[in-house]
Design a binder for this molecule. Structure first.
Ligand code: NDP
Length: 254
């Protein structure tokens, strides 16, 4: 395999990879040689994902923990480092979305969205980066959203959290580049997963989306793999603080 895109023997922790985009990335990165650490909120979900990858011949480990719980994050990262091996790449992918009109948005749900999508990126990255700094190498990939660029009905806290992910990516990039750690992000457009199921079932939404997206369609989660491989591999060693939009052109079109 071309060394530029090889992930052979790289250990990659992907938060929220028991299903959805995280799981698709897990399998995609494993195909390039990576050993994957699967995370999610339950042992049942992470075990199932690991079983599936192992049955396909890949190396995968389950590490369920709540990314918003700083104690659980520290324990899990310490366990990975001591029993599985050094984390070469961290992908902050865990995310949730809640939908309500702005004036009716429950405070608790605002807190939940900010905790998972924003604060957890800080918690998990800080914990992993402390190990990466000692090794003087590493890569962190934050899954943001095209929604950091656009306002839309009912998801203001989500958009705000993804705006924060964009700036966390830039801030962390500046502070960690001196330790040979590259921090970048991927900003997906609309992809079919559990998170977007309700939108997908809404014909009016799909009609709007296909008209609004230059590519004229929903994204397939498989189409995020190339960006993740590029940002996880040697190919991106001098790419710092970049947010790579994979959105069929939606974020740049009027
Ligand atoms: P899904 O809802 O399909 O999956 C979310 C994953 O995150 C699940 O594995 C879930 O775990 C995990 N998760 C949620 N909360 C926590 C937590 N507290 N601790 C650990 N894991 C947690 O979402 P998607 O795959 O669609 O989204 C993945 C990422 O991509 C998110 O950051 C999302 O914002 C982003 N994104 C998605 C887009 C889309 O169109 N789908 C568009 C733009 C960005 P469990 O399985 O245990 O519930």
């Amino acid at each position: 395999m071309n060394e530029l895109f090889s992930l052979q023997n790289k250990k990659i922790l992907i938060t929220g990879s028991a299903r959805g985009i995280g799981f698709i990335l897990a399998r995609g990165l494993a195909q390039y040689g990576a050993d994957i650490i699967i995370n999610g909120t339950t042992a049942e979900g992470t075990d199932k994902a690991v079983r599936e990858l192992r049955e396909e011949g890949y190396t995968a480990y389950a590490m369920p923990f709540d990314v918003t719980d700083s104690g659980a994050v520290k324990d899990a990262v310490q366990r990975i480092e001591s029993t599985i091996g050094a984390i070469d790449v961290l992908i902050n992918n865990a995310g949730i979305q809640r939908r309500h009109p702005f004036t009716e948005f429950p405070e608790q749900e605002w807190d939940d969205v900010i905790a998972v999508n924003q604060k957890a990126v800080f918690l998990v990255s800080q914990t992993v980066a402390r190990y990466m700094v000692k090794r003087n190498r590493g890569k962190i990939i934050n899954i943001g959203s095209m929604q950091s660029e656009l306002g839309r009905d009912n998801i203001t806290p989500y958009a705000a959290s993804k705006g924060a992910v964009k700036m966390l990516t830039r801030g962390m990039c500046v502070e960690l580049a001196r330790y040979n750690i590259q921090v970048n992000g991927i900003a997906p457009g609309y992809f079919s997963t559990d998170m977007t199921k309700a939108l997908e079932e809404d014909d009016a939404f799909t009609a709007w989306l296909t008209k609004r997206t230059p590519a004229g369609r929903w994204g397939d989660p498989q189409e995020l793999i190339g960006a993740a491989v590029f940002l996880a591999a040697k190919s991106s060693d001098f790419v710092n603080g970049h947010l790579l939009f994979v959105d069929g052109g939606m974020s740049v079109a009027v």
